[in-house]
Design a protein around this ligand. Structure first.
Ligand SMILES: Nc1ncnc2c1ncn2[C@@H]1O[C@H](COP(=O)(O)OP(=O)(O)OP(=O)(O)O)[C@@H](O)[C@H]1O
Ligand SMILES: [Mg+2]
Length: 268
């Protein structure tokens, strides 16, 4: 038996493969063991919410999935293609760099603090990555960018600069920007927690629309209403461990673990 899972050829699509398959993930920052044997699988069209206290490793887990951080142990496969795997001897290795980057382009990511380019207009923010990464011309990608702006309700802001936008508008631009790369999966890291409460609704509505279109989504959130109503599955993390993962209704009605119950009592 080979020690590592073989990488698939570029572009290979595996029927029935999970969109995200993370198995036995360990991550350390120096002596700090931040992810402890975390496993999670997302099927096509699933919306999974990750909740948990500050410092429990939620962002680190998301960042490991799309190679913004590297794991120390475990296996990550995206749509059946292996990004990282670990040998029987415990040696973790990644797909070659170009291959790894290509695999990760299946995922778009939206951050808490938007991370828009301040010196570029809204439209330029959206067309930048398709031009740089995919080699498209501005003329080729602009109609798509305009359609995405319409989708997030910001057609009138194409020429505006981020500094002139509200937080909710910036976050919707960030979502449009991620979608411009045509990802199959969207990762969200607390997309509404930097927003004033009156602005969270517009962002959650955009996310709900994506979920209705069967986008596969993994969402770190403190929005229990969103988790309850939109997520198919809710995951609770604490101190680097995945404590439980349940269908959303089950999760809120019958949390299995005392730590989950304590957290929910604190949140609700
Ligand atoms: N680059 C890094 N270097 C060292 N330690 C880090 C780094 N990034 C995160 N950590 C540590 O890893 C742990 C998990 O952090 P992480 O940001 O994943 O938590 P989180 O669950 O997203 O928290 P929050 O809800 O506050 O965003 C924390 O103890 C944090 O201080
Ligand atoms: Mg975080």
């Amino acid at each position: 038996m080979p020690a590592t899972t073989p990488d698939r050829s570029p572009g290979a699509v595996t029927d029935g493969a999970p969109m995200i398959d993370a198995q036995g993930i360990h991550k350390r920052f120096g002596s700090l063991h931040v992810l402890k044997n975390v496993s999670l699988r997302l099927d096509p069209g699933e919306v999974v919410a990750i909740i948990g206290p500050s410092g429990s490793g939620k962002s680190t887990f998301l960042r490991c999935l799309n190679y913004l951080e590297t794991i120390d142990q475990g296996r990550i496969a995206i749509e059946g293609e292996t990004l990282a795997s670990t040998s029987a001897q415990g040696q973790c290795s990644y797909a070659p760099e170009r291959e790894a980057r290509r695999i990760c382009r299946k995922m778009g990511m939206v951050f808490q603090h938007f991370n828009l380019f301040p010196h570029l207009s809204v439209l330029q923010n959206i067309i930048e990555a398709p031009m740089v990464v995919k080699g498209l011309t501005a003329a080729e990608i602009t109609p798509k960018a305009e359609a995405l702006l319409a989708k997030v309700g910001l057609s009138d802001k194409a020429g505006s600069y981020p500094a002139r936008l509200s937080g909710g508008q910036k976050q919707r631009v960030a979502i449009a920007r991620a979608l411009a790369m045509e990802p199959d999966i969207m990762l969200f890291d607390e997309p509404t927690s930097a927003l004033d409460p009156e602005l969270t609704g517009e962002v959650l509505r955009t996310m709900r629309q994506l979920a209705d279109e069967r986008m596969t989504m993994l969402v770190v959130t403190h929005e229990m209403g969103f988790a309850r109503e939109v997520a198919s599955k809710v995951v609770f993390m604490d101190q680097g461990e995945l404590i439980e993962a349940q269908p959303a209704r089950e999760f809120f009605a019958h949390p299995q673990h005392a730590r989950t119950r304590a957290f929910l009592e604190h949140m609700l």
